[in-house]
Design a protein around this ligand. Structure first.
Ligand code: ADP
Ligand code: MG
Length: 395
């Protein structure tokens, strides 16, 4: 009976988080479209202005504010679990090693950082940037909890979860996991706060210090990676966060060599842009025309198919939004696959709340560009995608 009650409570809590997340995600989605326009047009203006133009610094400030807003929407989307993760096979140890320098600086000299990594650690499928954010958010909280010094320990280990264990952790399923623990010797969390800490905007810190978004973001990222997070804490006895991430089958991933982003990526190919938001469509067109491409546009999937039917020229690439009225990007790509062999389709979106769609993007991996994108991101991605999808013998 006790156990049943516990399970019920855990369920209710996660449902509550779910609905707050959906709300935030909806707002962030609309913001993303507008930020794409704000940042993108700033980019275009900056490209035109001479280095000594007196207006230049004003536009730079607009762009900076736009980028900060974009970072904020990314965070909102992360805890609403609607950001599109760029999933790769990863070794969590590498991410910790990569962030450890920064962590050292972050926590300062009064705290000791102890890192213990399992050299045999299995791989996980997750998003590198988001996982660093998890580690950083937890480390910042640990630092705040140890104003008089202490030890921050980060460990990794392989762990098998048996069905025995899952009886006490209702949502969790048995299997092979990687366990990440982040432990501090700080002030701990009061019992009555324990059940609220993952809620967005819950904070015990003074105004200006805490946003209450740190753990909500962590929670969202962990859930989106199909993982679990638990906290163990007592007042004045420190805090331990345990994060379980499902181990991936040991496939080997091809390493991708990223090109430098400062090159100008030009081309003369024909690109069909499918986007329902006129502001974003016009911007995308202008950006790609600037690169030299020949542009055709459509407002949704149905319109795109009609355009294709009446076309005199060959299309080399379709750049399509994912969520559109009448026909979305995924359905469009399926129709196109039946008409054309090997027509590359590049997807773009600010978010997606469709689990299947997410998996679809993830499988194909490099066929996605997140909104808001910069001029360099868009031109680079399009060029790279066109080059990697060249028909054989066309080199
Ligand atoms: P913020 O750090 O902005 O307050 P978080 O979502 O990161 O927001 O954390 C929410 C709250 O959880 C904190 O205000 C704090 O009360 C508590 N908390 C989180 N991590 C720790 C920790 N390591 N030790 C003590 N309290 C913590
Ligand atoms: Mg925090």
């Amino acid at each position: 009976i006790e156990l049943e009650h516990l399970r019920e409570e855990q369920l209710q809590k996660s449902q509550k988080l779910e609905s707050v997340g959906r709300l935030a995600g909806g707002i962030a989605h609309d913001f993303n479209n507008m930020l794409t326009a704000i940042n993108g047009y700033s980019d275009l203006v900056l490209k035109r202005l001479r280095a000594d133009d007196p207006i230049r610094s004003n536009i730079v400030e607009i762009k900076k504010a736009g980028e900060r807003s974009a970072a904020l929407t990314r965070q909102l989307l992360a805890f609403s679990r609607q950001s599109v993760l760029q999933l790769h096979l990863l070794n969590l140890n590498d991410i910790i090693s990569d962030t450890s320098m920064m962590l050292g600086r972050l926590i300062g000299e009064d705290l000791r950082l102890r890192i213990k990594l399992d050299p045999e650690l299995g791989l996980i499928k997750s998003d590198q940037g988001q996982l660093s954010q998890v580690i950083i958010n937890l480390a910042v909280n640990a630092r705040d909890a140890m104003p008089d010094g202490g030890v921050l320990s980060i460990t990794t280990a392989n762990i098998e979860i048996s069905s025995n264990f899952t009886e006490h952790h209702a949502e969790m399923s048995a299997g092979a996991y990687v366990l990440l623990t982040v432990n501090d010797t700080g002030v701990g969390i009061e019992k009555e706060h324990l059940e609220n800490i993952f809620e967005p905007f819950f904070t015990t810190k003074v105004v200006g210090k805490g946003t209450g978004l740190g753990l909500a973001t962590v929670y969202g990222i962990v859930k989106q990676s199909k993982g679990y997070i638990f906290v163990d804490s007592k007042t004045n006895q420190g805090t331990t966060f345990s994060i379980y991430l499902p181990r991936a089958a040991d496939e080997v991933e091809k390493t991708k060599v990223e090109n430098g982003t400062n090159k100008i990526h030009i081309g003369t190919e024909t690109i069909l842009i499918v986007e329902d938001e006129p502001m974003v469509r016009a911007l995308t067109r202008q950006m790609l025309e600037e690169c030299g491409y020949n542009i055709i546009e459509a407002a949704n999937g149905v319109e795109a198919l009609a355009v294709c039917e009446n076309l005199k020229v060959d299309i080399n690439l379709v750049l399509t939004d994912i969520i559109m009225p009448q026909m979305g990007g995924r359905e469009l790509s399926e129709h196109l696959a039946r008409i054309y062999t090997n027509l590359p389709v590049l997807f773009t979106s600010g978010y997606t709340d469709d689990e299947r769609l997410r998996d679809y993007i993830i499988e194909k991996d490099d066929n996605f560009i997140a909104k808001p994108f910069t001029f360099d991101e868009l031109s680079g991605k399009v060029r790279k995608f066109l080059d990697s999808n060249k028909p054989i013998g066309d080199e």
